[in-house]
Design a binder for this molecule. Sequence first.
Ligand code: LMR
Length: 334
Amino acid sequence: MKFSSLLLTLFTASLASGTAYAQTPIIIKFSHVVAMDTPKGKAAERFKELAEKATKGRVKVELYPNSTLYKDKEELEALQLGAVQMLAPSLAKFGPLGVKDFEVFDLPYIFPSKDVLYRVTEGPIGRDLMKKLEPKGIVGLGFWDNGFKVMSANKPIHLPSDLKGQKLRIQSSKVLDAQMRALGANPQVLAFSEVYQALQTGVVDGTENPPSNLYTQKMHEVQKNVTLTNHGYLGYAVIVNKKFWDGLPADIRGELDGAMKAATKYANAIAQQENDNAMEAVRKSGKTIVYVPTDSERAEWRKTLLPVQKQMEERIGKDLIMSVNREAVALGYK
Ligand code: LMR
């Protein structure tokens, strides 16, 4: 059999069997800013595994973790330009895109528990929020959980007043700016990849993180004190470039949607345990003092920070804040 007819036979056979090498795979570059061993890092890997399996290799997901491809601000610009196809930015990072509503997730004490959070992210409020991304050329595919945030600094933090005058790193969210100013602190927006060095060199005195981020970025090595305030929440929206997503063959889009739903379920199932494990590792490291506020101190934190919800009504929308709080009431909180 001549070589050319052998090739033709092989090619036809591969097309018939739908095997991967029949066509060049569709590449999804998935960039994010956290370590692999975090809720988002592990969920991204699970999505890659599920997506490549569901599409029988017709899609290849290239993961770029820990700001290796783009860091905070750059990654959203890259997505809108189509230089990357998928991201999972913190919900605190959509304000600069002009979608201020997402900052509702940053409000102090907005979620009394994870079950209230999931009613929002998996219900009509979450769906309506995702729709607000489309005019920006972005499609929201799902919300991935991380966790409640703790405060850290190089001085003991028992009461809100202990952070007065401290330079504290925040994400690019006006709600977090207002939160830190309510403590009398000086907020400073920095990219996540710059936080460790800024803490190490004293550019900032402290910050807030879910334990999984604090630990995997080794911030406990440059913060003498960590206080388990759980004053706010940090989670993610998994997003894709709209032009890319709408341009996919319908069957592939459906397979990717299914993979994303399964990866979202996985992310939300592991998030709390990942944060508990990280906090335990911080304690065991002996590198920082972990403080658990007393009930009266917790009441003081709430008294100081809850007014930020009212203060932010004009920016986020009173109706949206009330709709989230109604979810808490529906579950017997507040
Ligand atoms: C941060 O910047 O602190 C977080 O958004 C990082 C992340 O993606 O969890």
